[in-house]
Design a protein around this ligand. Structure first.
Ligand code: GLC
Length: 654
């Protein structure tokens, strides 16, 4: 939009910009800056407009964007241009991700590059390398407490190794996702050290208070994230003689985004990683970016403004780079991280679908899809050019973040139902084969979340120990059923390393004093490559899971109806054990896939004639895309075996 005030400001800034920048040929940069400047200015004004140094801050912001544009390599600039031309590129069904810890997966970054062929064998082409930046040698929240945003933890490699990994992945048409922990730093970061030494400039980077007056007011309404290990939201720093806000662990200091210098620094850091080859940047804990007394200090409007501004600025310098919002919050709040009051995503293009993940686990424990059907229907529609990251497990705990109203609608009482789920997954419930543990138990509120690996939560670990083939097969079927849902639902499926070979809980963390109190480490394993090799041996659990996933991934990639254009319709079948939806190919008439999942331990049936003729399926000719088999039919009733899924299409139309 052309707006006089903004453009007069932009002209003044360009007149004052550093000669080193002015001399360069930055045509693409200036076109994009012109396109986005009105939005950037408006947002910056809303957040920081009251400041006397406003214009100088805007100048600094533009210089950061320009300097990083100049530093951006030509091949990355070429990718930017390509992706601008094909701006829906990431909505394609061809993308399949995996999240992994560098050390757990392959020792170090060179090791990860060396294992790229393994990922490719499975079909994974988007790799989320979990935090690799310099962090404290002791407890570091798995690297989510960063001590230096511009260097790599020497235990996993060097900056050159990241660049090489990016190049290796690009050579194989794979994407690299890196974390930028935007909400906090470790207490060993230079900013924290200088704050501690008394430098006011750096104390202003954090929320620092001389006494408990303000902290106490915040505490009235702020929940606790790690109530067992780090209760409260503030930590007394002896050296500084002050309280500092630490929402997560006491060594993670929250950054103060009401200080524009923090925003500019963090933008520079995001662009630094874009220039080091990140195709996608995962923005950690974005719900927490703005703090306000009297609120939970989560999902505040200003947090969204910051993300919009970050996106607008990155679009100027590195428009090919996408953002993932890591906001594990209530269902109605999550979709807002794509942006509100917009048609096309204007904050993060991708967000974790924590709602769908939790609903899937509910279906596992209850053996029915009642709440899953209700919760999936309540999920607000996404914007265009936005997509979900659908996952079953990740490095974090499973939070039971369903909407209470939906739990009621499903016929349960919220407190009792959550209690049941925790008992089920921690094996406290008599019939449950699950071997998880409660995480983040809060005695004041009765809340808890769940830790545990996929294989252990679905009962595979227990089944293998019992040697009972039927139970082993059922657990494998469950693993495949859950993945069939995230691959077909719409969005990028994100696998979690180790799950592809059924890795059980890893309890060695108990021997490490820096990890022992945080049982999320039980599902952050060291990959046993000898176990992974068993994927090549017919009949092993590893082979059945790996090959099952590999087949699903291959089929997903060639099934255009699985691209994510809000082309999904949930079907009410009247059978609570089934989760059923139809995906439609946005580019071809009459090309649909009927997705059916049976979460029960008994066979279930679906009346196909009840689905009507709308999609034009020839029900007699339905074929499962994965197995190639025609499913069992009794008259017009489709029979779905226990814990099985179908991706059905009638061969006539394909
Ligand atoms: C995110 C990470 C989690 C970490 C937290 C604090 O939620 O996924 O592992 O503990 O942020 O950084």
């Amino acid at each position: 939009m052309y707006e006089q005030v903004s453009h007069a400001l932009l002209n003044r800034i360009l007149d004052r910009i550093k000669p080193a920048i002015r001399k360069r040929d930055l045509r693409h940069f200036y076109t994009r800056l012109g396109g986005n400047f009105y939005a950037i200015h408006t947002l910056f004004q809303q957040l920081y407009g009251h400041r006397d140094d406003f214009e100088n801050l805007m100048l600094r912001l533009v210089e950061v964007m320009a300097a990083q544009y100049i530093a951006r390599a030509d091949d990355l600039k070429a990718l930017d241009a390509l992706r601008e031309g094909d701006h829906n590129w990431f909505l394609s069904q061809e993308w399949v991700g995996m999240a992994l810890y560098t050390d757990g997966f392959a020792g170090d970054l060179q090791g990860v590059a060396g294992r790229a062929a393994y990922l490719q064998e499975l079909g994974v082409n988007m790799v989320h390398v979990m935090p690799i930046l310099e962090c404290p040698k002791g407890a570091s929240d798995g690297g989510y407490a960063v001590s230096n945003f511009r260097d790599i933890d020497d235990r996993v490699g060097t900056l050159d190794d990241v660049r090489d990994l990016g190049a290796e992945l690009r050579r194989r048409n794979m994407l690299l996702t890196l974390d930028v922990v935007v909400n906090h730093t470790s207490d060993e970061h230079e900013w924290a050290t200088r704050a501690r030494a008394g430098e006011k400039t750096y104390q202003d980077y954090y929320y620092v208070f001389p006494n408990r007056d303000i902290p106490d007011m915040f505490e009235e309404t702020m929940p606790e994230i790690f109530p067992e290990t780090s209760p409260g939201n503030f930590t007394w720093d002896e050296a500084m003689g002050k309280w500092v806000m630490t929402v997560f662990n006491n060594y993670q200091w929250d950054l103060n985004y009401s200080n524009p210098s923090v925003f500019i620094e963090m933008l520079d850091i995001v662009l630094f990683w874009a220039n080091h080859g990140a195709d996608i940047v995962r923005l950690d804990a974005v719900a927490f970016l703005w703090k306000k007394i009297g609120t939970t200090s989560q999902n505040e409007r200003e947090a969204h403004l910051i993300l919009q501004m970050m996106k607008d600025c990155v679009q100027v310098t590195a428009p090919g780079v996408l953002f993932i919002a890591e906001a594990i919050v209530a269902p109605v709040e999550i979709t807002k991280y794509f942006g509100e009051d917009a048609i096309v995503a204007k904050e993060c293009e991708i967000a974790y679908n924590a709602t769908f993940m939790a609903l899937l686990w509910d279906a596992v424990a209850t053996k029915n899809a009642n709440l899953l059907n209700i919760g999936a229907r309540s999920q607000p529609q996404k914007l265009d050019r936005a997509t979900w990251l659908n996952y079953v497990r990740c490095h974090d705990d499973i939070g039971l973040g369903f909407d209470d109203a939906d739990i009621h609608r499903a016929g349960y009482e919220p407190y009792a139902h959550r209690r049941f789920l925790i008992d089920w997954f921690t094996g406290a419930y008599a019939d449950s084969p699950a071997r998880g543990q409660p995480f983040g138990r809060n005695d004041k509120t009765g809340d808890a979340r769940i830790s545990g690996s996929l294989a252990s939560l679905v009962g595979l670990e227990a089944a293998l120990e019992s040697g009972d083939d039927r139970r082993i097969q059922q657990s494998i079927d469950l693993i495949l059923l859950l993945h069939s849902m995230i691959m077909a639902y719409g969005g990028i499926p994100l696998l979690y390393y180790g799950d592809e070979i059924g890795t059980p809980n890893d309890c060695t963390f108990l021997e490490d004093e820096n990890k022992a109190k945080d049982n999320r480490w039980m599902h952050r394993p060291q990959i046993q490559w000898a176990m992974a090799d068993l994927r090549k041996q017919h009949g092993t659990a590893q082979q059945r899971i790996f090959d099952g996933l590999k087949k699903m991934i291959a089929v997903r990639k060639t099934t255009a109806a699985f691209a994510d254009y809000n082309n999904r319709e949930l079907i009410d079948t009247g059978n609570d054990h089934l989760f059923v939806f139809v995906r439609t190919n946005p580019n071809m008439f009459n090309d649909h896939v009927l997705v059916v999942g049976n979460f029960d331990s008994n066979p279930q049936s679906l009346n196909l004639s009840d689905l009507g003729t709308r999609w034009g399926f020839d029900y007699g000719r339905l074929q499962d895309l994965c197995s190639g088999e025609s499913p069992a039919l009794f008259k017009d009733q489709l029979v779905i075996p226990p814990y099985r899924f179908y991706w059905l299409s009638d061969c006539g139309t394909r």
